[in-house]
Design a protein around this ligand. Sequence first.
Ligand code: NAD
Length: 422
Amino acid sequence: MAYDRIDVPDGTRIELADPETGELDVPEDPIVPVIHGDGIGTDVAPAAKRVLSAAAEATGRSIEWLRLYAGGRARERYDEHLPAETVEAIREYRVALKGPLTTPVGAGYRSLNVALRQTLDLYANVRPTYYLEGVPSPMTAPEEMDMVTFRENTEDVYAGIEWEADTDEVERVREFVEEEMGFDDVMHEGPIGIGVKPITETGSKRLVREAIDYAVENDREKVTLVHKGNIMKFTEGQFGEWGMEVADEEYPDDEVFAAPDSLWEEQDEVDVPEGAVMVEERLADAMLQWMQLRTDEFDVLAMPNLNGDYLSDAAGAQVGGLGVAPGGNFGHGRMLAEPVHGSAPKRAGQDMANPTAMVLSGRFMFEYVGWEDAGDLVRDALEAQIASKRVTYDIERQIEGGERLGTSEFAAEVTERVASTA
Ligand code: NAD
């Protein structure tokens, strides 16, 4: 029995309508698995469910939440951090919402988040980064940010292929690299740690394909491939080449246009066919400054894992940071929506944390299943709430004349706005 430890309610499932395109068949009353998660997850997940359920109802639908366990709660109930049933239920129900999970401290534990993404092969980590009116930001024009970052989720230096200093393994790898591969004057003498950076054609192309498809489907103008190919030619540079191949070979020119030599030429000189999505390359270091100096020039970004990690956090900071940053992991017609932030143990269980990031992750999930109207209701209600200055501590302390609300109070007021504006 697949779910002998999970109480599966009656309801309907989201199914894959077309395995080719990943199109989903979404009932009006789907079962949606939810993991509250650790730390502030216990505060923000129930709050987010409340707002999201209200938005579903306001648009003539309903959500049957199926509670799943991972992290500390799973350890208490099942004596393991990531029960197989949890993974299987996400696989089966296709679209799920997840709060943050604490990575258990101690030897031998890998991140539960990484384990979940790898087991389900959710290869694209996607973060829509846009500004909510009224959120404090360090930028002079934060509203110019409207970007979606696609971060490769399974390889690069995050693949976990590395060896610790002073082990036999690391010395064997050093010997191989120095003696067999001829790099005998690169590494300093003495203790060393070594990691491997795999970038595959399969991993790069499927990520870039997701980003381009998203841009086409959502009327975006540009996809920027962000890498350090000038230095790491055979990994980052290759990511760029494979990405441009996807743009060039897999789509008609009047739909997707691969800008030639975009790393070195000014883009306003490029003749893009009307209505086509332009695909260009940028070096990651330069991109970090362009993102701040020319925010409105960027649209959809596609990147290897490490670049994506840094860049998406930096982009999030421009529009207010962790409390308001949503995300989701995608692959094979599945989505696991989750906020960017972690479990913030210092604030756990105090009814203090900002549920906005988790609510907006739910909005992203709504968009994925075609419930844009419900998603817009959620966004409008959050903006109206923030404009009222009745907000959680993280925002209240940065604005003048604000009133501090707890997580549940904030969510209750947003829920009321959702219901009353429908
Ligand atoms: P974190 O995001 O949990 O917290 C950093 C700080 O950001 C907090 O101290 C808090 O001041 C602020 N913050 C974060 N979310 C907030 C919110 N919703 N409202 C208000 N303030 C908020 O990062 P961390 O401290 O580096 O990580 C804590 C734990 O979370 C670690 O175990 C880490 O592995 C885990 N983590 C999990 C995920 C995930 O589940 N996807 C992501 C990142 C970190």
